[in-house]
Ligand binder design. Structure first.
Ligand code: ZN
Length: 319
């Protein structure tokens, strides 16, 4: 189990802010829960609703099956018998995160935590500059009054939040430095280490394959990151990536499907062809993810055979 996956799970649970069903975790994330030990706490989200164990997409109401067992009534799959641990969920121990971040930033223990409300915590004064932890950077930039409450003359305020497309675009108030939780910290030896800028290995090694390079896409178009898909970066097949790359090259302009498919180097009739989900794969996030990305990003006027991807237009890329 890589410590990298463990740290990704911590960041994802902190960004989401709510417990998640174990059934919604990937096998790698289940392993990460073990690696993380006390950072992850078992919990129960609800005894009346649960994630459908069959499709793992919808929540269904829980009923007794009349024989001592339970079933989940999924609106898509119908009644699905529940195993004992199907109601199990996990949550991040946020006090673990706060105390390990303090150690990573070398904050003295006598300088206590302060709950500033709305999920924002002052972790203390690292090297005499206040450090804040918050689940989302954007509201703090819209209403920066929280920074005024902790500001110390002559010191930069450091604010730690999960990285997101929105956070990268947020305009920081003067005297505030953003430390993306996912990038400037790492899980190490049961605790958290702070990564100094410039101390990381060369970008080719430190960059994740899904690092955003072309709008929501990675450099090779094989990964898509969308806020509307909470399971994390979506992995595309080679054929799907070729279609996205072809549409991207037209910079948001409407293009006939034949030209799109020609540029993608594919035989298919329509750009959506490689995204279609076979019946046996219906409901599986690995297959539904790319289709979700296609539906969100690709626009079409079917009657005229025209396709375009608005996020590739120069205006959208510059934003
Ligand atoms: Zn279902």
């Amino acid at each position: 189990m890589s410590t990298h996956e463990a740290w990704s799970l911590v960041c994802r649970l902190f960004a989401g802010g709510t417990p998640v069903f174990r059934g919604a975790l990937s096998p790698a994330e289940i392993g990460a829960c073990t690696t993380l030990g006390p950072a992850i706490k078992p919990t129960v989200i609800s005894r009346t609703f649960t994630l459908c164990p069959y499709c793992q997409l919808r929540n269904g109401q829980v009923f007794g099956d009349g024989q001592g067992g339970q079933v989940c009534q999924c609106s898509d799959c119908g009644p699905i018998p529940l195993a004992a641990n199907d109601l199990a969920a996990v949550m991040l121990d946020k006090s673990w995160l706060r105390s390990k971040l303090r150690m990573a930033l070398e904050i003295e223990s006598r300088d206590g935590f302060t709950d500033l409300g709305n999920g924002v915590w002052r972790l203390g004064e690292a090297r005499r500059g206040p450090a804040l932890l918050a689940p989302n950077l954007v509201p703090l930039c819209v209403d920066p009054s929280v920074f005024d409450r902790v500001r110390v003359a002559g010191a930069t305020i450091r604010v730690i939040t999960p990285a997101s497309v929105e956070a990268r675009r947020a305009r920081l108030p003067a005297g505030v430095e953003w430390l993306p939780l996912d990038e400037r910290f790492a899980y190490y030896g049961g605790g958290i280490s702070f990564l100094q800028p410039g101390a990381q290995p060369a970008p080719a090694e430190s960059q994740e394959p899904w690092t955003l390079v072309n709008g929501p896409f990675s450099a090779d178009f094989k990964w898509v990151t969308l806020a509307s898909w909470p399971q994390g970066p979506i992995r595309c097949t080679d054929r799907q990536a070729e279609v996205f790359k072809a549409l991207w090259s037209f910079k948001g302009a409407e293009m006939h499907r034949d030209r799109v498919m020609q540029r993608a180097g594919q035989e298919g009739r329509k750009p959506i062809d490689p995204f279609k989900v076979k019946d046996r794969d219906k409901g599986k996030p690995a297959h539904e993810g790319p289709l979700h990305a296609y539906r969100e990003l690709v626009h079409a006027r079917q009657r005229d055979g025209l396709y375009w991807m608005p996020c590739a237009s120069p205006d959208a890329v510059a934003a």
